[in-house]
Design a protein around this ligand. Structure first.
Ligand code: CMC
Length: 426
């Protein structure tokens, strides 16, 4: 055995192996602890627990680093495209020109939905939150693609991955159109992934959507920035759901449900609502005081892993300015509030002490609003982008020889054993 850690419980000492990754902290392998000592470990929120081994994404929260398959997110956001990043996450390498052409063709030719699928949307109320539609509709894909739900077949796993990446924008655009009371727009094979999505959202029968390279590039970049993020809550949900052998469409629906929460993907919607509530720069000090009095949290600030500036936020801030200039909202009062709030928070002891920096969601809300999306669509866009990360992580788990059903244990603090009392004696 290499380096080990020793745990002493009562008069018993257990020696545990220490595992070393390519980067990141050492990991104490506690798998044998229970058998050797009859003790569990306790870690609600998994703040000190590595739930799996992974080769996909690496985050150094103190340094503010995010790497996909070793490549820094800033380089991918500046120089790559979302579909290229999808290939990288799924297959482990950036594609050659031929590989990319084949991959792009595959995704493009899976974007259509079965005609009967569209009837699902009619079952929702017009005012349904689009994330509610996403949870239902993506789960329903399992009922349409029986030929790719055998998780033990590698080729079926890959077809499911392609179908999910390809169909998510079509489903998301339909959820949006449904809420607007507008007819669905079908995908077009001559457009890029981001262009297709924007057109499916913003074309109406009376007027076709006009391509705009700045806005398309911004959409593509937003997809890149949200593509994967290691073992976050929704990804861990997808892995846990998948660990029972559930089909990938059902697993991704579970991930979408988890993403919806305001502490995770719902934060971009909340961050924009917060900026609107503050309304003007002169109200910021009063709002910041409310945060310090713990009446509310600063949405779009703080992160479980980043204790430094979120590297995605840097790119997002730049993209935000580009989009606002392009659509002529360069003097958007919410942008002014955001920039001043960021300045104040970054120089305030309360936030410095707790290492609270803007995260990716701080600027994404303003950007998405300028692109024409209402706040309830923000988390949907996050789900479209994160699908590739979820499915790449799900595939990696199924293909890992150490994979077994996820089954955490607990610290039981309920009633000790007791006898049933008949109702007349209670
Ligand atoms: N505003 C004010 N105070 C905060 C915030 C915030 N946004 N986040 C954390 N804190 C304080 C918290 O009150 C606590 O202070 P104290 O030690 O005095 O009690 C301290 O910082 C640590 O907080 P925590 O809740 O233990 O931290 P966590 O790692 O569990 O929380 C978080 C991470 C993202 C849930 C949290 O920072 C938060 O609620 N942020 C706002 C929501 C948000 O923007 N989420 C998006 C995350 S990025 C997108 C994604 O990956 O989904």
């Amino acid at each position: 055995m290499g380096e080990t850690a020793k745990v002493t419980i009562g008069d018993q000492t257990v020696e545990l192996p220490i595992l070393k990754g390519t980067a990141g902290p050492d990991v104490v392998d506690i798998r044998k602890l229970y058998a050797a000592s009859d003790a569990f470990t306790y870690d609600p929120g998994f703040t000190s627990t590595a739930s799996c081994e992974s080769k996909i994404t690496f985050i150094d929260g103190d340094a503010g680093t995010l790497l996909h398959r070793g490549y820094p997110i800033s380089q991918l956001a500046e120089q790559s495209s979302f579909l290229e990043v999808c290939h990288l996450l799924l297959h482990g390498e950036l594609p050659t020109a031929d590989e990319f052409a084949k991959f792009e063709h595959t995704i493009t030719y899976h974007t259509m939905l079965h005609e009967q699928f569209d009837r699902f949307f009619q079952g929702f109320r017009r005012d349904a939150h689009p994330m509610a539609i996403m949870v239902g509709a993506v789960g329903a894909l399992s009922a349409f693609y029986h030929d790719s739900t055998n998780v033990d077949d590698p080729s079926q796993r890959m077809i499911s991955a392609h179908r999910l990446i390809a169909k998510m924008p079509t489903i998301a655009a339909r959820a949006f159109k449904y809420s607007q009371g507008q007819p669905f727009v079908h995908p077009r094979n001559d457009l890029s992934y981001a262009e297709n999505f924007l057109r499916m959202c913003f074309s109406v029968p009376a007027e076709d959507w006009k391509p705009n390279p700045v806005l398309t590039r911004a959409m593509d970049r937003i997809f890149i920035l949200h593509a994967d993020h290691e073992q976050n809550a929704s990804t861990s949900t997808v892995r846990l759901a998948g660990s029972s052998g559930a089909n990938p469409f059902a697993c991704i629906a579970a991930g979408i449900a988890c993403l919806w929460g305001p502490a995770h993907g719902g934060a971009n919607e909340e961050a924009l609502n917060m900026l609107k509530e503050i309304g003007s720069v002169d109200r910021i000090p009063e709002y910041v005081q409310g945060v310090k009095d713990r009446r509310y949290r600063l949405m779009g600030f703080g992160h479980r892993v980043y204790k430094n500036y979120d590297p995605r936020a840097t790119v997002m801030q730049k993209t935000c300015h580009e989009v606002l200039d392009e659509v002529g909202h360069g003097d958007d009062p919410l942008l002014k509030v955001a920039m001043e709030l960021e300045r104040i928070a970054l120089s305030d002891e309360y936030f410095i002490e707790r290492k609270l920096y803007p995260n990716v969601d701080f600027y994404s809300g303003i950007t998405l609003r300028a692109l024409g999306f209402p706040p309830e669509m923000f988390t949907v866009l996050f789900a479209v982008a994160r699908t590739v990360g979820w499915i790449a992580q799900w595939k990696e788990m199924i293909e890992d020889p150490a994979y077994k059903i996820g089954r955490p244990r607990q610290l039981y603090t309920g009633a000790p054993p007791r006898d049933y009392v008949p109702v007349e004696k209670r």
